[in-house]
Write a protein that binds this ligand. Structure first.
Ligand code: ZN
Length: 151
């Protein structure tokens, strides 16, 4: 268990596409443990592996309803729309509005290598989309909408 350094937005590792995890190894389990520690220490609701410099498709999320660990997550269903402010541990001190689906369904592996399905609405849908975007080198600032009072 260890806290890893969170990469900040100009770090080019955040812009790379992550690789599929082929096999759940002890290193992957350590990565999941460290990512959860790092997320909680930073008071975040989600963290993706490239944010700690690892280009693997691994995500942790906890919106206050318990830790969710996702390996090789894929959005298999999305519907609706919601617009709300988002922030990111890699973009400290900033926030902006982003248009996200109101509902998403994600397929992934858990750390036992079993396929799991995670569904999310509201903040959980935002967190799933935000963290999965990180795996493809996308930051929320790429999708940011103007502030309401600027419209
Ligand atoms: Zn983020």
């Amino acid at each position: 268990m260890a806290i890893r350094q969170i990469r900040i937005k100009t770090d080019e590792v955040l812009r790379k596409k992550c690789k599929q995890v082929q096999e759940i190894t002890p290193n992957i389990c350590t990565l999941l443990d460290d990512m959860a520690d790092t997320m909680y220490a930073a008071n975040g609701v989600g963290l993706a592996a490239p944010q700690v410099g690892i280009l693997k498709r691994v995500v942790v999320i906890d919106i206050g309803e318990g830790l969710v660990e996702l390996i090789n997550p894929v959005i298999v269903e999305a519907s609706g729309s919601q617009i709300d402010y988002e922030g990111c541990l890699s973009v400290p001190g900033e926030s902006a509005r982003v248009d996200r689906p109101a509902y998403v369904k994600v397929e992934a592996w858990n750390r036992a290598g079993e396929q799991i399905i995670v569904e999310g609405e509201e903040l959980m849908a935002v967190a799933l989309c935000h963290e999965l975007d990180h795996l493809d080198g996308i930051l929320y600032i790429d999708k940011a909408l103007p502030d309401e009072d600027e419209e």
